[in-house]
Design a protein around this ligand. Structure first.
Ligand code: ADP
Ligand code: MG
Length: 804
């Protein structure tokens, strides 16, 4: 009896010691009540999701979790793992957890020091929490198991095959995937299990994994996994391409270096080269004449001496010579600056670009400030807008207007700090970074240097952060002493006029953005495009295609038709391309002996450019109830998108498709709740399906709330939304319409799409100031304070009244 008791006590003591928390000692294994039939122990996970059928490592540290794990091991019981909504939260309560998880068995338990305990868990099956129970020193919940989806059919089978294929592709691209993984994937025969396995391996946020866990419907789960995997494969493929390309460039540089050396040797053999002595004398002369600052010159002279002492053949000598050549060729001298003449700058800007009044004024102000205070620390101009609106060409124009040299550094896809700052001289074939290279090409250190597409700068990785190198380049406190790794001496960038361009602002790293004065170029109206085409694009394309003015003309109607039917863009890039195509066909005819001048009119376009590329989708789409036209902002300008609502038998659920972002999903949910309240419609026997089809538009952002609401109301009332109305606006659950961004881009997109009435949140009315008057004239605006106004305008008054 005694012995029995002491052994029990000992056991309790053990558990308590291992659990290492005061509350566990109080609890102790002895005191724990058994769990009810349908209940399991629950362990919260901060940042990981367990899937059925898979073994995953789990580390537990919180005292209650450690105790829960130990208790589960002791009872050989299943444990349910639930994801925390907020990973940083230490003390979690039931409502801090997601309600669906995977239960599994702890197959290994290793207690490490420092309170961390490592588990290997074999996931078994999905469950849903019914209720959390009190009375244990850890979390316990009664649950319902979620049966594994086993549906078959061709829909599933097709997706299953596709998933296998994509998974094989991903495995191929992964640098260190275990060899047998491909075989395992091919051998799997359960679609659900494969989806779970891929979900488990995917490198995505825990919240996304959780969404996969909660996708009980097999078809949906497969679709979601496929979409995530496809995106992943794309990233893997691109990063592999970049890796290959860098390697290739590096090899080429090395090869060039070796060839140059060989050439030098051959010339010497043939007696064609200058002899070494005079070559070195030459180099010394250019070093002396380069105008380097004192310190740098001293350093260069020392290197010069080193080169003279060195054997002719040595690899180091050739590296040293290249360095000296580079250094001597840099524009060290500060050439006298021509004063900026504001009046003639204005003239140049007007010559090069049509319209853009506000932008030109900002540029001139900027130049005026520079003129008054040339050594001052002016901010860096940054042009932000969709492709083809003239960002790069404005930079060239500024250079011309101020009589400075222009150079452009393309930053898109720059991942490596060394691309900005150069490789150290110790590599064979290493070179300065692209800033110093651009300065040498310009032959001036006071030119205009365009940092093009600064928003595409790659994130810093293994090889250092390119944006922090750029920050140094742009920092007036530091850039008079910019140090390129290859040069190894300071170079003064303080007189360079930096101009940046970007499609979007929000991918530019914050500290960089803070340095910049942003000027927006949102895009052109059809009238503006027509003027740009007549005054600039046609002229340029005539020249490019070897036509004399007068040999060919394009009528205004033809240009208008190209703008409306063959392009859909905020800028004029495709417009210029299509005009080029039209002129090439004319050039062809002239070459074949046709009489000039050739006049191209709108009716000729079909024969040259083919069928119209863009039809007005709007009228066609919205002739049925349940479709509303929304307006979206995208990095390439605004666009319209159609929101479609339909009704299927069900149980009051909301089904969302079209790869919507999280914010948009919340908007849809809000729209549905609001529609239920305002229409009083009972929807418990149907599921509402909301779909956003427009393929290429990134569908995030809350600004589709009004359109979703209207699509649902239109569906429920059986009345179509007016096809000439487009809308944007966020909604609150009480029916207020809240403001959104990107008004100008959205309004221009509506106009392009042939919309006549635009509904905007009342609080965005002031943003119309930025919209050109010519666009405003053609549109009617309705400013919304409440969603009922939207119904009144776009579905019909009687409807709104009846539904109130
Ligand atoms: N307002 C304008 N007036 C005249 N030409 C323009 C105008 N806007 C754009 N362009 C022309 O359109 C073309 C595309 O411009 P670009 O500077 O490459 O655009 P971005 O850099 O913004 O993508 C260029 O040939 C440019 O000269
Ligand atoms: Mg550009």
């Amino acid at each position: 009896m005694d012995r029995h008791l002491s052994s029990e006590a000992l056991e309790g003591g053990d558990a308590a010691r291992a659990a290492s928390g005061p509350e566990s000692r109080r609890g102790g294994a002895l005191a724990l009540r058994p769990l009810p039939e349908d209940a399991i122990i629950v362990i919260p996970l901060r940042n990981a999701v367990l899937f059925p059928g898979l073994i995953a490592p789990v580390t537990v540290g919180r005292a209650s979790s450690v105790l829960a794990a130990q208790e589960a091991v002791r009872r050989e019981a299943k444990v349910g793992f639930l994801l925390q909504r907020d990973p940083s939260q230490d003390e979690v309560r039931p409502h801090d957890l997601r309600q669906v998880g995977t239960a599994g068995r702890i197959v290994r338990y290793v207690a490490a020091g420092e309170g961390a305990h490592h588990l290997a868990v074999q996931g078994e099956s999905r469950f849903r929490v019914l209720e959390f129970l009190e009375g244990w020193p850890f979390m316990v919940a009664s649950i319902a198991w979620v049966p594994e989806a086993t549906a078959g059919g061709t829909n599933i089978e097709a997706r299953f095959l596709q998933l296998k294929e994509k998974a094989a592709e991903a495995i191929e691209l992964l640098p260190n995937a275990p060899g047998e993984l491909a075989g395992v994937v091919q051998a799997m025969d359960s679609p659900g299990a494969l989806a779970d396995m891929v979900a488990n391996l995917l490198d995505v946020k825990a919240a996304e994994k959780q969404a996969l866990l909660e996708a009980f419907d097999l078809e949906q789960r497969l679709d979601k996994v496929l979409a995530l995997l496809a995106a992943r494969v794309e990233v893997l493929r691109i990063s592999k391409e970049i890796g290959d390309k860098t390697r290739k460039e590096f090899d080429e540089r090395q090869r060039e270096h070796v060839l140059r050396e060989q050439k030098r040797q051959i010339e010497k053999e043939l007696g064609e080269a200058e002899d070494t002595a005079s070559e070195i004398a030459e180099l010394r002369k250019s070093v002396e004449a380069a105008g380097m600052p004192e310190e740098t010159l001293k350093h260069a002279r020392k290197e010069m001496k080193r080169l003279e002492r060195m054997g002719e053949q040595s690899g180091e000598a050739s590296m040293l010579r290249t360095w000296l050549e580079w250094t001597a060729e840099l524009p060290w001298k500060a050439e006298p600056q021509k004063a900026i003449d504001i009046a003639s700058a204005r003239k140049v800007l007007d010559e090069d670009h049509y319209g853009l009044e506000k932008v030109k004024r900002r540029i001139l102000e900027y130049l005026a400030v520079r003129k008054l205070n040339p050594e001052g620390k002016s901010p860096i101009l940054c042009f932000v807008g969709p492709p083809g609106v003239g960002k790069t060409s404005l930079g060239q124009s500024i250079a011309r207007a101020t009589d400075r040299k222009f150079q452009r550094v393309a930053l898109g896809g720059t991942h490596d700090e060394a691309e900005i700052r150069g490789h150290r001289r110790t590599y064979i074939g290493s070179l300065p970074g692209n800033i110093i290279q651009a300065i040498r090409r310009a032959g001036s250190r006071a030119g205009v240097l365009m940092l093009d597409e600064i928003d595409k700068l790659g994130a810093g990785g293994f090889h250092g952060d390119p944006s922090s190198a750029l920050l140094e380049v742009l920092d007036p406190e530091q850039n008079s002493k910019f140090r390129d790794n290859y040069l190894g001496v300071d170079f003064d960038l303080s007189r360079v006029m930096f101009i940046a361009t970007a499609n979007v602002l929000d991918t530019i790293p914050g500290p960089l953005r803070d340095r910049m004065e942003v000027i927006h170029l949102p895009g052109y109206t059809a009238e503006e495009k027509l003027e740009i085409a007549k005054k600039y694009l046609v002229k340029r394309q005539l020249e490019t295609n070897g036509l004399k003015p007068g040999q060919t003309t394009i009528s205004d109607a033809a240009i208008g038709a190209i703008i409306a039917d063959y392009t859909r863009e905020a800028g004029v890039r495709n417009l210029e391309r299509e005009i080029g195509a039209v002129l090439r066909s004319a050039a062809m005819k002239i070459a074949e002996g046709a009489a000039t001048p050739i006049v191209i009119d709108a009716r000729d376009l079909h024969g040259i450019l083919g069928a119209r590329k863009f039809e007005s989708e709007v009228a066609q789409r919205t002739s049925v109830p349940g479709v509303a036209t929304g307006l979206a902002w995208t990095p390439v300008g605004g666009d319209i998108l159609f929101i479609e609502a339909s009704r299927v038998p069900g149980s009051g659920k909301l089904i969302l498709t079209g790869q919507l972002g999280d914010v948009m999903k919340e908007s849809a949910q809000a729209a549905l709740t609001l529609a239920k309240n305002t229409t009083g419609e009972a929807l418990d026997k149907v599921d509402l399906h909301v779909h956003v089809p427009a393929g290429a538009t990134p569908k995030d952002g809350p600004s589709a709330g009004v359109a979703m609401y209207l699509a649902i109301v239109s569906l429920l009332s059986g009345k179509p939304v007016r096809s000439d109305v487009a809308m944007t606006g966020e909604i609150s659950l009480r029916g207020l319409v809240l403001p959104i961004g990107g008004v100008k881009e959205k309004v221009l997109a509506a106009l392009r799409a042939g919309i006549t009435t635009v509904m905007l949140p009342k609080r965005n009315e002031k943003d119309l100031e930025d919209v050109p008057a010519s666009a405003k004239e053609k549109l009617e605006f309705v400013f919304l304070e409440r969603v009922e106004q939207a119904v009144e305008t776009a579905v019909g008054k009687s409807e709104a009244a009846r539904r109130q």
